[in-house]
Design a protein around this ligand. Structure first.
Ligand SMILES: [Zn+2]
Length: 181
């Protein structure tokens, strides 16, 4: 198995008895190509070159989808760091909402969620932030923090909710877009 280049795309190539060329992008973003013995190396490079923009976009997506480690010391370390980071961003906002609107969450929780970035229970006063936010830009974390704080006043996504959100964080749409990227 050797390392080859197709333009500025680096990949490893392994040969085997097979009929077609297979291309795999690993979790770390590295590219591995499998090709039949009989296919000239120049032809392999040409085929990989043809896929380079697809490979690039895949690599970018993978970079954005940081993998949360399995339960263990590393996950605990990240949870601790995430909590510190979220607290640092949320504290001034919590104070602001307390002073301006007289509301405050009873508890902040951090946990891994798959479908939501955050949630707010007006019944319990608990705001939960998705651990995955840890890998996102601060502005995105701030947006979720403010979004959930606004729910303490307006539980649903009604007009009043968005009026409040817009007033507190006029640039929230940019952050939301970034979260979806
Ligand atoms: Zn919401």
């Amino acid at each position: 198995m050797g390392t080859l280049r197709a333009g500025d795309l680096v990949f490893t190539l392994s040969r085997s008895v097979r009929k077609s060329v297979g291309l795999t992008i690993r979790k770390d973003g590295s590219v591995h190509v499998r090709a039949p013995f009989w296919l000239p190396v120049q032809e392999v490079i040409r085929m990989v070159s043809g896929k380079s923009s697809w490979v690039r976009s895949k690599q970018q997506t993978m970079k954005n989808q940081q993998v949360i480690p399995a339960p263990g010391p590393e996950l605990n370390r990240i949870k601790k760091q995430a909590l510190l980071k979220f607290r640092m961003i949320a504290s001034p906002w919590e104070e602001h909402f307390r002073v301006r609107y007289g509301v405050a969450p009873k508890k902040w929780t951090v946990r891994e969620m798959n479908t939501r970035w955050g949630s707010c229970s007006t019944a319990t006063g608990r705001i939960t932030l998705n651990l995955r936010l840890y890998y996102k830009p601060d502005a995105c974390i701030e947006y979720i923090v403010v979004h959930e704080l606004c729910h303490l006043i307006h539980p649903n996504h009604g007009k009043d909710f968005y009026t409040l959100l817009e007033r507190e964080l006029p640039d929230w749409k940019t952050s939301r877009k970034q979260l979806k990227a």
